[in-house]
Design a protein around this ligand. Structure first.
Ligand code: F6R
Ligand code: ZN
Length: 193
């Protein structure tokens, strides 16, 4: 008789001090040059790419599971600290391709915001800091923003079939940006670009 549930249980280790996943099987790396078109100050991004030798912007560490309904994908998302012009480092941001899928982020290190938006244009931000959980409901695009001096590291869990849709965020961005104003983070309306 074949087993209806052939997958075997397994474990993974995450260093709660540093936020690092031990022995990840897949690492996605986004460099500064992958972020062209995302920041308000395109010139500042080019200077970072040239003068900083195209530094790593963020990484996603995974031990992937099959992308089928019933499974839970999980990862460590690690976003470096810094600014592009006055704008704090951020991830690209995406909707889940399967819109009816949520995501849970547990922040392990650093501080910042989870910037979220619906397709009808509602936009909100939830603070992130060590020990704080942010729940991204179905239908909300989400982008992490690092406003601190350390890497912003979160443990993320979401339905494995969710997929990623970068489409309209890549074209239009989000209605709000997180800028450094007088040394402090401030959410400001994105200028019509
Ligand atoms: C997965 C998820 C995170 C992000 C990661 C990188 O659904 O939300 O693991 O994928 O923080 O951000 P993006 O994918 O927007 O480049
Ligand atoms: Zn997601």
């Amino acid at each position: 008789m074949t087993d209806r549930h052939p997958m075997r249980p397994f474990g993974a280790e995450i260093d709660l001090g540093t936020g690092d996943m031990l022995e990840p099987e897949r690492i996605t790396v986004r460099k500064a040059s992958d972020m062209r078109g995302y920041y308000a100050d395109a010139g500042a991004l080019e200077r970072l790419i040239q003068e900083g030798s195209d530094p790593v912007h963020y990484q996603v560490f995974e031990k992937p599971v099959p992308e089928t309904p019933g499974n839970l994908m999980y990862c460590i998302s690690k976003l470096m600290p810094g600014v592009v012009g006055d704008e704090f480092f951020m991830t690209k941001g995406h909707y889940h391709a399967v819109r009816e899928t949520a995501e849970l982020y547990l922040c392990l290190r650093g501080e910042g915001f989870m910037l979220m938006k619906t397709e009808s244009g509602e936009c909100t931000a939830e603070p992130m800091k060590r020990g704080r959980m942010v729940y991204v409901p179905p239908g909300w695009a989400h982008r992490s923003v690092n406003t601190g001096d350390d890497p912003l590291i979160s443990f993320c869990v979401y339905p494995a079939e969710a997929g990623h849709d970068y489409g309209d965020i890549e074209q239009e961005g989000l209605p709000k940006r997180v800028l450094r104003v007088n040394g402090r983070p401030e959410l400001v309306a994105a200028a019509a670009e």
